[in-house]
Design a protein around this ligand. Structure first.
Ligand code: BES
Ligand code: MN
Ligand code: ZN
Length: 506
């Protein structure tokens, strides 16, 4: 996907020559649209006077250019933002993102490639946050994945917005920052969606390694890829066990960003990179199994967040580890009843080979903590179907051992439209994974599947502050939003980015 070019323009919107000039129009307390700076066109004023356009949320008025710019611009869109004064900042940010998503879908409808975005001035939101959230919505909403579609060469086929000129009367400094932030985060989320959209035979463990090496080169970070031989030497019994039934080589992909500040803290990200989950010998039912190509969304989120880290160079060290393999039922596959030994020496009785995510994460967590002594760990995984039972497709499940860190993640997710919900992790749940023959077992029996999965992971993090995000319900099929098309959502990327951008000593 070619990135959309975004620039800041100071030339009056009247002079914009392109496909679509967009005004985002907030609504006053009296139900009338606020006056819009830079507005061109008597059509708008007429529509307002007649009461045809009130600026309510999502209301659109399409006009065709007036006066000076009649000959220049094809269409002018006035898009209602609704009332902005009574909402919380979070709600307003979300509204702007949704509005951005609406702009993207209108642009698609109109085949508008070259657009000019006139920013509203919102007292409640800084110029930086206004432009950031609107652009994020546009870029996320303008996503498409057509790599495997026959190029039918249909003339006039819309392939996305190519250029956005942002116009505003506000100060430039914050605007630039907002534009950059939106571009980094939205592009990263779209790349995560691309990875997820790739089928199991298109995105393999080696693909994760390739992408990480590319990022390392681009942003001067350090990339290490462990293969099967190194895993054997390091006794990573979890990832090796899951890979046993496959003919695709496993990889443990490590990407490290080091901040300039020698005193900077270190955040470790671990993402489940299961490139296809058949369930293994405990085979999944056929219906819907194709969706298990999405089982690598946690890994995609972690590595794509590193793209933003590399570009923005925050004042915190960040290490991402992606254990990557598929889960296949080949002749040498792991069997129910088998006992494996993890990297940290903990033994585990395999009850169900379909509970494989925790096996690969366990090694990655223990290895990452031992090698990088992070100040905190965040892991992301499409770990359990049970999280869909508890939270549906609206919130990511969140568990952890450190309430301040949990709070940070909750706030980060809330701020970017990726809401999370904390589940408990009491010792009663931990007991559910006690085994008669090994230290632990890989399923917790009936009830609280998301929690017992987290309890398994907790055995590998020790005292390090840790949170686990179960994104099985949100990585795809996420709540419908204007800026989240159907298919993979890229969830987690922007939450991690928000957490890292606001990092303060934990
Ligand atoms: N990748 C799945 C979890 C999953 C299921 C994600 C449905 C998205 C939608 C995971 O590896 C898995 O199979 N978990 C099992 C665990 C069980 C065997 C204890 C599950 O949730 O059924
Ligand atoms: Mn599974
Ligand atoms: Zn899985």
């Amino acid at each position: 996907m070619k990135p959309t070019k975004i620039s800041l323009t100071r030339t009056t919107p009247e002079r914009f020559s392109g496909d679509l000039l967009v005004y985002c129009v907030p609504q006053n307390k009296n139900d009338k649209p606020k006056s819009v700076k830079g507005v061109c066109g008597s059509e708008f004023r007429k529509a307002v006077a007649l009461g045809d356009f009130k600026g309510d949320d999502g209301h659109r008025l399409l006009a065709y250019g007036q006066g000076k710019n009649k000959a220049l611009v094809s269409r002018v869109l006035y898009l209602g933002l609704g009332k902005v004064h009574k909402d919380s900042k979070t709600e307003l940010l979300e509204r702007c993102r949704q509005t951005g998503g609406k702009i993207a879908s209108i642009a698609k409808e109109l085949k508008a490639k070259n657009i000019c975005l006139c920013l509203p001035e919102l007292e409640e939101l800084s110029a930086e946050k206004t432009v950031e959230s609107l652009l994020e919505g546009i870029l996320l909403g303008d996503y498409r994945f057509e790599k495997y579609k026959k190029k039918d060469g249909k003339k006039g086929k819309f392939t996305g917005i190519t250029k956005i000129a942002v116009w505003s009367s506000m100060k430039e400094k914050g605007l630039r920052r907002g534009i950059n932030h939106a571009q980094h985060a939205a592009n990263a989320a779209c790349v995560a969606r691309d990875m997820a959209n790739e089928p199991g035979n298109g995105w393999t463990p080696a693909s994760f390694a390739r992408y990480a090496r590319m990022l390392a080169k681009e942003h001067s970070m350090k990339c290490t890829v462990l293969g099967k031989i190194e895993m054997k030497r390091l006794k990573m019994g979890g990832i090796l066990a899951v890979n046993q039934g496959s003919s695709e080589a496993p990889k443990l992909v490590i990407l490290e960003y080091t901040a300039k500040n020698p005193k900077a803290q270190t955040v470790l990200l671990v993402g489940k990179g299961l490139t296809f989950d058949s369930g293994g010998v405990s085979l999944k039912p056929g219906a819907g199994m194709q969706d298990m190509k999405y089982d690598m969304c946690g890994g995609a989120a972690a590595i794509c967040a590193m793209a933003v880290v590399g570009a923005e160079k925050p004042d915190v060290n960040v290490v991402a580890i992606i254990p990557a393999t598929d889960n296949m039922p080949g002749g040498a596959a792991l069997k129910p009843g088998d006992i494996i030994k993890h990297f940290n020496g903990v033994t585990s009785e395999i009850i169900n080979t379909d509970a494989e995510g925790r096996l690969i994460l366990a090694d990655a967590l223990a290895y990452g903590i031992k090698n990088y002594s992070p100040d905190c760990v965040v892991d992301l995984a499409t770990l359990t179907g049970a999280v869909i039972t508890s939270l549906g497709h609206h919130r990511t499940g969140l568990l952890g051992n450190n309430q301040p860190l949990i709070k940070r993640l909750l706030a980060a997710g809330e701020s970017c439209g990726e809401p999370l919900w904390q589940l408990p992790l009491d010792k009663e749940y931990v007991k559910q994974i006690d085994s008669d023959v090994a230290d632990i077992k890989n399923t917790g029996g009936s009830g609280a599947g998301t929690i017992t999965a987290a309890a398994y992971l907790q055995k590998f993090v020790g005292d390090t502050p840790w949170v686990h995000m179960d994104i099985a319900g949100t990585a795809w099929g996420f709540t419908k939003k204007d800026y989240i098309p159907k298919g993979p959502s890229g969830t987690g990327v922007r939450t991690l980015v928000a957490m890292i951008r606001n990092w303060k000593k934990l």
